[in-house]
Write a protein that binds this ligand. Structure first.
Ligand code: GAP
Length: 429
């Protein structure tokens, strides 16, 4: 089994990620998040929102609609430029991106004879939706990036909040791309979530470069602060021919996945591309000067971050599999165990502890099998603390707290449990 097989199997077995519509044979490029997966993904999004919006005075949030007036996509350049080159195998009619030689080579190996390919065709990645009740229905698009919702609301945000350039608008939401070759588990999906910041600055190259560098470093620091292994992360600058149609400059943050170095966040200098295409200007409230701000963007994939946090945390030790997720990302913060399940006093006390903790953290209860098995089960889903209520608890009001990473145990008074965990999580959750 490869690491990706192990991650896929753990994700399915323990309820992190399931193939979409599985009982009907699945659907390529769509995934569902199970009970633990939704917690992990929400924790990532919450941490992002806290650092990008709540911790700052210069960023506000937004949640724009997924379907927009189709003219948005004409103006943004996505109708003409949001494309991949597609080729078809003449023997089996399977389609591939012609700019991915590794995929073509893998397909060629599957066929015994030499493969003949069609000429590359330009394929637009926007996903069409048909709206309305009368024919012909209106063709609209599921957004290919969440970004345009920020630009079309630029004036609304400026007029309705107290932001002044430089300022940013942060957004998290679903995007859709009709990817030709979805693959590598959730890495390339057709439906995925993005977490983005559009930061508006004065049109000045020196200033824009400084802001660009600031966000580049800030975004890398965020992944490191949540425990990602530094040696698995790197920056990579886009070659001019790789850049998206809107980008003057682009750097990726990449993770060394089992399938190679892979982008999971982009920092883009979009210049005045978007605002000028939407014919939007800004008036400085102090000088009355009108100009088109430039945009520095940080665009991360929630699903890719979730996948890479999972891969990064996966540790196979001699006797156990541990997900060493940062405690703030762990889906369950504490698991509560009565040492035995047939002593009513112990079970009652354990229930009290469980009820108390559930008011503050995601906690889980386990009274099956022996303590060793319960530890293994929690290690595999990354629960940082396991609390055992035993005979001593009845006299001392203390419980055993076992640490996931060190497996060391310490006794903590029940009245101190909340602050003990809170402190280890680094304040509020
Ligand atoms: N607004 C800019 C933008 O959308 P992008 O580089 O095309 O830039 C940003 O996408 C991020 O969105 C990527 O770094 C990746 O994390 C995520 N993403 C893009 N396509 C994806 C796909 N097919 N499946 C999963 N995530 C994807």
């Amino acid at each position: 089994m490869t690491l990706m097989d192990n991650i896929g199997s753990l994700a399915k077995r323990r309820g992190f990620i399931y193939p979409g519509s599985e009982i009907y044979g699945g659907i390529a490029g769509f995934w569902d998040y199970g009970p633990l997966g939704v917690e992990l993904k929400n924790n990532i999004k919450r941490e992002w929102w806290k650092s990008m919006v709540y911790a700052r005075d210069d960023v506000v949030g937004l949640d724009a609609a997924i379907v927009m007036n189709p003219e948005v996509w004409e103006a943004s350049g996505h109708m003409s430029s949001f494309t991949d080159p597609l080729v078809e195998c003449k023997a089996c009619h399977k389609r591939f991106r012609s700019d991915k030689p590794e995929l073509l080579a893998a397909h060629e190996k599957e066929h015994k004879e030499k493969v003949e390919w069609t000429e590359p065709k330009i394929f637009n990645l926007l996903t069409e939706v048909l709206l309305g009740v009368t024919e012909p229905k209106m063709t609209a698009y599921l957004r290919g990036e969440i970004t345009q919702g920020v630009f079309v609301n630029f004036r609304n945000v400026v007029d309705s909040s107290r932001v002044k350039v430089p300022f940013g608008v942060a957004q998290i939401g679903k995007a859709f791309r009709n990817e030709i070759t979805p693959g590598n588990f959730t890495f390339r999906s057709r439906e995925f979530e993005q977490m983005e910041l559009e930061y508006f600055v004065r049109p000045d190259e020196k200033n824009a470069s400084e802001v660009f560098e600031y966000w580049k470093q800030a975004r890398m620091a965020w992944y490191l602060s949540l425990g990602m292994n530094k040696t698995k992360l790197r920056f990579r600058e886009h070659e001019p021919e790789e850049r998206a149609h809107y980008a003057k400059k682009a750097w990726d943050i990449e993770y060394e996945a089992p399938f190679g170095w892979s982008e999971f966040e982009g920092i883009h200098h979009r210049g005045d591309w978007d605002l000028s295409r939407h014919k939007l200007v800004y008036t400085d409230p102090e000088t009355n000067e009108g100009y088109t701000p430039w945009v520095i963007e940080t665009s991360g994939g929630v699903d890719r971050a979730t996948l890479f946090f999972l891969i990064d945390a996966y540790v196979q030790e001699e006797k156990r599999i541990v997900l060493k997720l940062h405690s703030r990302l762990a889906p369950v913060k504490a698991a509560v165990f009565p040492l035995v399940s047939n002593k009513p006093d112990i079970v009652k006390k354990a229930r009290e502890v469980y009820t108390l903790l559930k008011k503050h953290f995601v906690a889980s209860w386990d009274d099956r099998g022996n303590i060793g098995k319960r530890y293994l089960s929690q290690d595999e889903i990354g629960t940082p603390w396991c609390l055992t209520i035993d005979y001593d608890t009845l006299g001392s009001d203390t419980v055993t707290v076992r640490d996931r990473d060190t497996t060391s145990q310490t006794r903590v008074n029940i009245s101190q449990l909340q602050s003990y965990i809170q402190e280890k999580l680094g304040g509020t959750i």
